[in-house]
Design a protein around this ligand. Structure first.
Ligand SMILES: [Ca+2]
Ligand SMILES: [Ca+2]
Ligand SMILES: [Ca+2]
Length: 136
């Protein structure tokens, strides 16, 4: 998923979900020095430098150039199974002025260069649209 706005939504939801029970085998396979974090070198070993930096850009959601288990897990979450109340609380979090839609200005607080990504979305996001964006 390339759109940072949607990534940001998903990250928020994934941080709220419990992380027990996720399949950590894939993570451990990449985390060669077993420090619980995937760094760029470990990633490069597996996929090469170009793809590694692209993956880091997508998966490293807090921007510290390391992939933690929660960041890794979020890529594997089935967002279709996320309960409604979690969607609702995430939506309310982003809808700062509580007018029922998430605007580009509201997302500016979370995403750099949001205008670039907003073009793809094209309009303010209501709750149903929010769910659809995350689940698709
Ligand atoms: Ca490591
Ligand atoms: Ca990180
Ligand atoms: Ca709003």
């Amino acid at each position: 998923m390339k759109n940072l706005v949607i990534k940001c939504f998903r990250l928020f939801i994934s941080y709220k979900l419990p992380h027990e029970g996720y399949d950590t085998v894939g993570f451990k396979a990449i985390d060669q020095n077993k420090d619980g974090i995937i760094n760029i070198n470990e990633l490069e070993e597996i996929v090469g430098p170009t793809l590694a930096s692209e993956i880091m850009g997508c998966v490293d959601l807090n921007g510290d150039d390391k992939i933690e288990l929660s960041e890794f897990a979020h890529a594997a979450i089935d967002f279709k199974k996320v309960p409604d109340d979690l969607f609702r609380s995430a939506f309310n979090y982003f809808d700062k002025d509580k007018n029922g839609v998430i605007s580009m200005e509201e997302m500016e607080l979370h995403v750099n260069n949001v205008a670039h990504y907003w073009q793809e979305i094209g309009k303010e996001i209501d709750y149903n649209e929010f769910k659809k964006l995350i689940q698709n």
